[in-house]
Design a protein around this ligand. Structure first.
Ligand code: ADP
Ligand code: ASP
Ligand code: MG
Length: 814
């Protein structure tokens, strides 16, 4: 004997019901009970129609029409034409009765719990009738048995309690004696001993099936639904969630109590005592193995089996000096709530007994607070206890697993994961069975929290990075191309999954929470929404994704001014824009402090030497206790390119123009030529070496004529360079005469920094610097005479993009 239950989504429309029929037709069991839910969505429609009618809105008739339409449609596509009319007229008669009830509610303008159950019961009664007629029309040996004759309850309408003894006897009698092989039963609906219709609570069809399975001592209870089992987290919210192959009754109960809707929590109790296994299967993928819930299935090495959440929770806190050491306060607190049948989902009490904090459903919070305040009115009026504080709009997330009790450090891992992702925790509770650790968080953070916890506990170290990319010029577009090429490799070899969620230029921006297709980002960006002011930042915040990284590929001061906002929301910042790190010392230090405080990496390797690992090396030196005394460097790939290519054959301005066209300069070439860019770089290196230094303290021996410095446009700048060609020729000739070469050198020594053009003689480390190469010499305590040298291509869009990429990967390995 087998009991199978098909949920609303499995019987929503004719197509799905055909799948159900195929599953039953393939079933070899000698005898089986098939419990069905209402056609998907009908229960909600019935409740909606009842409430609309009771609030005296005649639009309830539209809802009732839709209910009628859904059933008629199902009959017309499932039942052969010849037998349709009898079935149609029976269903129409039922629907007329429903209309009469709705009309009654409309006229009286009121809905009693009893009437509500009666109205809602039509869902399962109609679906089971239609499905049984369909099965019979397919030649199956099937019969419909009305659950109002089987399941006996009290009259607690809306969530009635089953009287197991009478129910078992009836099930025994009616089902065991039925001669047909397949018995179809409507789920969710029951009746009291007096014969009043009751229901078993939302999702209660699972329970009907469990009660019948227990009464018949079935071999197995199968719950057929729209997902392939009980998952490690709700698969609708966590894409990476996986079906759990086997799980203990206790774990399944804990997960469903904490929101895994796939199993209605009371379902487990009746089958547990008889040790009947539950199998959760997918109607749409019947070959998927699904989840087996049974005794002693907790022997695996997984400590955390699943993560679930309860939405819409309020916290009520009772506190005050009058609570300390006084017995009975908790008892009175819980007594008033239990008298009002308010269920307490979570309790925490500090050992100081100074406060008690409980979680209740949002909908119960106002009544609960009022009752508690009344119960403690005397203490409140004498200021011994404060009036209850209520905080709404929260959710509970919970880690569940039988083996959690035997492992240290799980809650530490849980809270550090949440902390890293800026999820604020309002309260914490650990079940006495140690099978559950719960935290109360803001509703808006649920998706992020579930996904980051899932990553920590289930994804074997796969880290997902969510990128928001600002600026898609030379560097930005190459970065996107490199990410696109390298993504599979990173996933496979470094266990880093990179997704680009947002892209913006100065005009438009585009987003895709599942990751933007990097083959066609340009089209999407062109069609994107307007990028204005803080719109991009607001969107990044709105997505609220774990491991979010803001990537700045612009040279804009406005953009660099927004880093603080990102970091304060625990969003990492990766940038090739030097403005922030070369801004006022206070601002630079503040950014670093905020980055530490909010656990949000702030990385800018490309600020010096593009992709060369200069800053990272420096950081490692400092972190390991070394001290930098002196830095000598050629840090401008652009100026190097210019002086390596300028041999007076062509005008200086033409060489500069070529450098700009080939992407070796800042968008404004003056920034490079004036030495400002080099000043910024040596400033950043000095700061990263631990020196407190500001831009105005750096000596700049510029070779540019003052007039060129003051030009407003690139054209005017080039024209002015042309005008002063003789000066550049002089510089070149005087160096060439002594066999020297011109290099723009940055120096930092004993706390002082300077930049300027120097004649470098043959044999010097800087002499043979090719193309756009950079070189840095670090003289430190450990490298006092022979400096640590880093040398290589230090400018260009591709190497800059790969430097940014390296910073992003660093965050993945963080
Ligand atoms: P039915 O109509 O078949 O009774 P339900 O909607 O009641 O289906 O339950 C199935 C749904 O439960 C899934 O579609 C899924 O969104 C949700 N769910 C929540 N948590 C989990 C989980 N941990 N594993 C599987 N499903 C879950
Ligand atoms: N139809 C009912 C509901 O939607 C019962 C069920 O599907 O389990 O809650
Ligand atoms: Mg359900």
């Amino acid at each position: 004997m087998k009991v199978l239950k098909f949920g609303g989504t499995s019987v929503a429309h004719a197509d799905q019901i055909n799948l159900v029929q195929a599953i039953i037709a393939n079933e070899p069991a000698k005898k089986m009970v098939v419990v069905v839910s209402a056609l998907g969505g009908i229960t909600d429609l019935l409740i909606g129609a009842g409430e609309t009618a009771a609030s005296k809105k005649d639009s309830y008739a539209d809802l009732s029409e839709e209910i009628e339409k859904r059933h008629i449609e199902a009959i017309k596509s499932l039942i052969p034409l010849t037998s349709q009319s009898a079935i149609l007229s029976k269903v129409k008669a039922e629907l007329n009765e429903l209309d009469t009830l709705l009309e009654g509610a409309f006229l009286i303008g009121e809905m009693t719990p009893r009437l509500r159950d009666k109205i809602v019961s039509f869902g399962e009664l109609l679906s089971s009738y239609i499905i049984s007629e369909f099965f019979i029309s397919k030649g199956m040996d099937a019969v419909l048995i009305d659950s109002r004759k089987l399941i006996v309850t009290d009259e607690n309408y809306g969530k009635a309690s089953v009287s197991f003894d009478i129910t078992s006897a009836r099930v025994e009698e009616l089902i065991s004696n039925a001669s047909e092989r397949i018995v179809i039963v409507p789920g969710f609906v029951a009746a009291s001993e007096r014969g009043n219709v009751t229901t078993l609570g939302r999702g209660g069809s699972d329970f009907t099936a469990a009660v019948i399975a227990a009464a018949l001592e079935a071999d197995v209870l199968e719950i057929w639904t729209d997902v392939s089992g009980m998952f490690t987290a709700n698969p609708k919210l966590v894409k990476q969630a996986k079906a759990i192959s086997a799980i203990s009754y206790e774990e399944a109960m804990e997960l469903s109590h904490f929101g895994a809707k796939v199993l209605y929590p009371p379902t487990i109790q009746p089958v547990l005592s008889k040790e009947i296994p539950i199998l959760i299967k997918n109607t749409f993928k019947p070959n998927d193995p699904g989840t087996r819930v049974e005794k002693n299935r907790n022997g695996t090495n997984r400590t955390v089996r699943g993560i679930s959440y309860v939405p819409d929770i309020s916290l009520l806190t009772l506190e005050g000096p009058g609570m300390i050491g006084i017995p009975g306060i908790s008892r009175r607190f819980f007594e008033v709530l239990s008298q009002a049948q308010i269920s307490v989902v979570l309790i925490t009490q500090a050992s100081s007994e100074h406060s008690i904090c409980i979680g209740v459903a949002d909908e119960d919070s106002a009544v609960a607070a009022q009752l508690v305040n009344e119960a403690f009115s005397l203490e409140i009026s004498t200021a011994k206890i404060k009036a209850v504080a209520v905080e709404t709009g929260l959710s509970i997330i919970a880690l569940v697993g039988d083996q959690m009790k035997n492992h240290q450090g799980l809650s530490g891992k849980m809270f550090s994961t949440l902390g890293k992702n800026n999820v604020n925790i309002r309260a914490i509770a650990q079940g006495a069975s140690e099978r559950n650790i719960s935290a109360v968080i803001r509703k808006e953070d649920v998706k992020k929290a579930l996904n980051s916890l899932h990553e920590t506990f289930f994804e074997e170290n796969i880290v997902q990075l969510n990128l928001f990319v600002m600026g898609v010029g030379n560097v930005g577009s190459r970065l996107l191309r490199q990410i696109n090429q390298q993504r599979d490799f990173l996933k496979k070899n470094l266990k880093i999954n990179i997704r680009v969620i947002g892209i913006s230029n100065s005009r438009t921006m585009t987003f895709d929470e599942e990751g933007i297709d990097l083959d066609s980002w340009e089209e999407n960006l062109n069609k994107g929404q307007q990028a204005k002011g803080e719109a991009f930042f607001e969107s990044v915040k709105h997505y609220n994704l774990r491991n979010s990284i803001f990537v700045d590929n612009t040279a804009s001061e406005l953009v660099s001014n927004s880093y603080m906002d990102y970091l304060k929301n625990s969003i990492a910042v990766v940038t090739c824009n030097k403005i922030a790190c070369s801004s006022d010392l206070d601002h630079y230090l503040k950014l670093k402090e905020i980055s530490r405080e909010y656990n949000a990496p702030f990385l800018f390797e490309t600020n010096v030497g593009a992709g060369l690992p200069i800053i990272d090396t420096l950081k490692n030196l400092i972190a390991s206790g070394d001290k930098v005394h002196k830095i000598q460097a050629v840090l401008s790939g652009s100026l190097n390119f210019v002086f390596n290519n300028y041999d007076t054959e062509r005008n200086f301005s033409e060489v500069v123009k070529q450098a700009q066209e080939e992407g070796y300069t800042e968008p404004d070439p003056k920034i490079d030529l004036s030495g400002v860019d080099v000043m910024r770089k040596i400033l950043i290196l000095a700061r990263e070496s631990g020196y407190a230094i500001d831009m105005h303290e750096i000596e700049n021996n510029s070779f540019l004529p003052g007039e060129s410095m003051n030009t407003k446009t690139n054209e005017a700048f080039y024209a002015s360079l042309n005008k002063h060609e003789a000066r550049f020729k002089d510089l070149y000739d005087s160096a060439a005469k002594g066999g020297a070469r011109l290099k723009y050198v940055a120096e930092f020594d004993s706390g002082k920094a300077s930049v300027g053009l120097q004649q470098i003689p043959d044999g010097h480390d800087f002499f043979k610097l090719e193309g756009s190469d950079n070189i840095v010499l670090f003289y430190t305590e450990r490298y006092p005479d022979q400096p640590l040298i880093i040398k290589g291509a230090g400018a260009g869009a591709d190497v800059t993009a790969s430097g940014l990429f390296a910073d992003i990967i660093r965050i993945g390995n963080f």
